[in-house]
Design a binder for this molecule. Structure first.
Ligand code: NAD
Length: 492
């Protein structure tokens, strides 16, 4: 078995693991210790050009019947799953070190779950019943005709990903793109290049995925992402990251009329109704807000509680947040690790200053933990005394910061939840399941959990309403994002 750690300074272009054409590398850090872990290839514009060219040629030449042989693609995806599982110990340690991901999360969405989901996608490629649908006969314009609908791969995919769940997001784009018969160029975030470099290495050394089908270009230069959205050789751009960058991607993709898939920010509401078990619901809200130091787009970061029980809710939430002090992500019990970078910590601290400026106060947290001299840590923070008009209640902070807001009943809670530019996720807790369902239906978001139900899964579509994005990732809907539709008729 190959040793992954020695192989992470390469890009994958046209089936070859290559150094940057400029010869340069850039460092990747451990956010918990600030130590340099090693280097990644610092891809150039010429590397991106070569990667797009390779993906285009592989698609147009239907290399090894890639675009048409679903059984072959399924075999390749299973090989990739098996390779990642065979290397799971190494990948786990790399993920904890590079992402600062708490160890417990690597057994879930940070690593094991998306790797397992490659098997689901392989099964889907083989069993999908939409490849050729017989619509039967009709007589349009007096001509008896037999009609079919074909689904075909969309072409060359440009995948641009962020740093917070790198394996999950890389695989949630590459997996369905490959299952659908597309070819792809992956441009990962510069903060977590090794997650993608490991993927590239395993694709090249342990799968039959043909040259050019998957290309991976790490770079410290964000402009290489912009190339994917503007280059006419790319048919579809699939982006996850901030809403600000998502807007740029969409504007740039308009020039060449690409399909766009956007999975963007969120400011999701966790609603506690007046008949809920307040203590346990508040504790779950606190746990969610602290997980991975709040660096998840679907994390609920506004806690809406009955006005009459606001103080009680503050106490219950603060108690759990205090217990979830930031810790070493290596330790099995750590829920809240570091944030990814000094830049990200600075950005969160700006929001904490803003919360005070806006008239808020902190029931717990509000800065860096006193016991951590190194590492990019922020204390779990509960912001009180603000309403939903505050910027800290409207903007994505991407840190362990929860704003608690009073509501005056179910209608008011729904109004506040929906009074957001975003619509990604949410949660509702009620003693009455039907009442929970009624609220869940009225909140305009792509996912909702009722009374602690977890919607995350490889077969569950995920994505946002409003400024949270366009399209759905995962599940059959996520697979179909990477397909085109062709209608065909012959004389009946
Ligand atoms: P970002 O949106 O700037 O970057 C995400 C990816 O886009 C990276 O791979 C980056 O290289 C690439 N990119 C940057 N500029 C681009 C452009 N013009 N065209 C195409 N690609 C481009 O996110 P960030 O700077 O890493 O983080 C900033 C904020 O984004 C965070 O604080 C957080 O609020 C938010 N964020 C959201 C998510 C999410 O899943 N919704 C994930 C990460 C970050």
């Amino acid at each position: 078995m190959s040793d992954l750690r020695d192989a992470l300074d390469k890009n994958l272009i046209d089936g070859k693991l290559v150094a940057s054409s400029g010869g340069a590398t850039f460092e990747t850090l451990n956010p918990a210790t600030e130590e340099v872990l090693g280097v990644a290839a610092d891809g150039t514009a010429a590397d991106m050009d070569a990667a797009i060219d390779a993906a285009r040629r592989a698609f147009d030449s239907d290399v090894a019947n890639w675009t048409t042989d679903a059984a072959f693609r399924a075999r390749c995806l299973r090989q990739l799953r098996d390779a990642m599982q065979a290397h799971s110990d190494e990948l786990r340690e790399l993920t904890i070190a590079e992402v600062g991901a708490p160890r417990f999360l690597t057994t879930l969405a940070q690593l094991d779950a998306p790797v397992e989901d490659l098997g689901y996608l392989a099964d889907l490629a083989e069993s999908y019943d939409g490849w050729k649908v017989d619509l039967g006969e009709a007589v349009p314009a007096g001509i008896p005709s037999h009609r079919w609908i074909l689904r075909e791969p969309a072409g060359v995919v440009g995948a641009i990903t962020p740093w917070n769940f790198p394996h999950q997001i890389n695989l949630a784009k590459i997996g369905p793109a490959l299952a659908a018969g597309c070819t792809a160029v992956l441009k990962p975030a510069p903060d977590t290049p090794w997650a993608a470099a490991a993927l590239a290495h395993l694709v090249a050394t342990e799968t039959e995925i043909p040259p050019g089908v998957l290309n991976v270009v790490n770079s410290s230069d964000h402009a290489l992402g912009a190339t994917l959205s503007s280059d006419p050789r790319v048919d579809l751009v699939s982006f996850t990251g901030s809403t600000a960058t998502g807007r740029k991607v969409m504007a740039s993709a308009a020039e060449t009329l690409k399909k766009v898939f956007l999975e963007l920010g969120g400011k999701s509401a966790f609603i506690i109704l007046d008949d809920a078990d307040l203590g346990s619901a508040a504790s779950l809200a606190a746990f969610t807000a602290c997980t991975h130091a709040g660096q998840g787009c679907a994390i609920t970061t506004r806690l809406l509680v009955p006005r009459a029980r606001y103080d009680e809710a503050v106490d219950a939430t603060a108690a759990t947040m205090t217990a979830l002090a930031p810790g070493d992500p290596n330790e099995a019990g750590t829920i809240c690790g570091p944030v990814i970078s000094a830049r990200q910590r600075d950005r969160i601290e700006e929001y904490l200053r803003l919360a005070v400026e806006e008239g808020g106060s902190f029931a717990v947290g509000g800065g860096r933990p006193a016991d951590k001299e190194r590492g990019f840590f922020i204390e779990p923070t509960l912001v009180t005394g603000l309403d939903n008009s505050a910027r800290v209640a409207r903007e994505e902070i991407f840190g362990p910061v929860l704003t608690i807001i009073p509501h005056d009943g179910d209608d008011d809670a729904v109004r506040i939840a929906n009074d957001s530019p975003y619509g990604l996720s949410g949660a509702v807790h009620s003693g009455d399941l039907e009442r929970g369902w009624a609220v869940a239906r009225r909140v305009r978001t792509g996912t909702m959990g009722i009374n602690g139900g977890i919607w995350y899964g490889g077969d569950v579509p995920f994505g946002g309403y409003k400024a949270s994005g366009i399209g759905r990732e995962m599940g059959v809907a996520g697979f179909e994002e990477y397909l085109e539709t062709k209608s065909v008729a012959e004389p009946a």
